[in-house]
Design a protein around this ligand. Structure first.
Ligand code: ZN
Ligand code: ZN
Length: 320
């Protein structure tokens, strides 16, 4: 009886601690996010041709490719080849889904010009152990060449790659830039800072690539417009809208929620995201299935019609 009371007391204290941490840090981060975006990029350059090839996504179009609830996209912008995020590799396999899919699609991961990590979550850095060690890897085998640039949004380390912390907007290749990491407080998972990648395509405009979209697409678009004077014409990647999650998306819906626990990510959040994108006059919207549900895909499809795609492994997006 006494122990039950002690147990209940400890659980209540832990819950109160979490709630207090959330309330205090959310308040601080909500006030700070725009202050991080005060620098402008005068010239980003442009590319003629952009290809975004999902190597890791939850959804897979056919047999021979592996799906997992993480993100990794091969970004080819003229002569620059980057990997945006490193997938989940949840079982820590020597040959991760990323490596197997790359092989099956004829991609050589040893010829990258750099890796961009959107944020330090397991489904973007190649697994939970990597997240805890504040590093990333493409698979359990050491694949990253020594000195490979790794652009990260939070302090991280790597045994071989040359990790560079993003502290402000930065051009990393002609026509390609990373944006200042935007902070967001998540109730259970705690604070997270996420950076987006932008590519300026001649005659098209800016393509915004998002990992999980934790800061909220509204803020990501607003931050991009502070940094750059090029119109945003495409949004590609994770928007974190696991609406009506069911069992498959429960982890994303709970752990990744920026709201109080009794207020799930809902239809209103999707409506606001759609409005924010629509006002920019987009020409392409492609949403990740790793953190958004079929309900959300349907809402985007109704809103954007032919401009909309759901991202799947191996289905390349080309902007030229
Ligand atoms: Zn995340
Ligand atoms: Zn994610």
């Amino acid at each position: 009886m006494v122990w039950a009371k002690v147990g209940t007391g400890a659980a209540l204290a832990a819950a109160a601690g979490l709630a207090a941490r959330y309330a205090v840090q959310r308040e601080r981060l909500e006030r700070s996010w725009l202050h991080r975006v005060d620098q402008k990029l005068s010239a980003i350059g442009e590319v003629e041709h952009l290809s975004i090839l999902p190597l890791v996504e939850r959804l897979v179009p056919d047999v021979g490719l592996d799906g997992e609830p993480g993100v990794s996209y091969l970004i080819r912008a003229d002569d620059t080849t980057l990997l945006f995020d490193a997938g989940l590799n949840s079982s820590g396999k020597a040959r991760s889904a990323l490596v197997r899919n790359a092989e099956n699609l004829g991609i050589d991961l040893r010829s990258l010009d750099g890796v961009v990590i959107s944020h330090l979550h397991a489904d973007h850095v190649g697994g939970t152990m990597n997240m805890l060690r504040r590093t990333f890897s493409l698979s359990a085998d050491a694949l990253e060449p020594r000195g490979l640039p790794g652009y990260v949004p939070a302090p991280m380390r790597h045994e071989r790659a040359a990790v560079e912390l993003t502290t402000g907007p930065r051009v990393i290749a002609p026509g390609v830039a990373v944006l200042p990491p935007l902070p967001r407080m998540l109730f259970w998972a705690g604070p997270v800072a996420e950076q987006a990648l932008v590519v300026n395509v001649r005659g098209f405009g800016m393509v915004l690539v998002s990992g999980c979209g934790h800061p909220g697409i509204e803020r990501m678009l607003a931050a991009t417009e502070v940094v750059l004077d090029v119109p945003i014409r495409a949004v590609v990647g994770g928007l974190h809208l696991p609406v009506h999650p069911g069992a498959a998306y429960l982890v994303q819906a709970i752990l990744g929620s920026p709201h109080w626990p009794w207020r799930p990510i809902g239809e209103q959040d999707v409506a606001e995201a759609i409005d924010a994108i629509r006002t920019r006059g987009p020409r392409m919207i492609a949403v990740s299935g790793h953190d958004s549900t079929p309900w959300t895909f349907g809402a985007f499809e109704r809103a954007f019609g032919e401009l909309y795609r759901t991202l799947r492994v191996g289905e390349e997006l080309v902007v030229a």
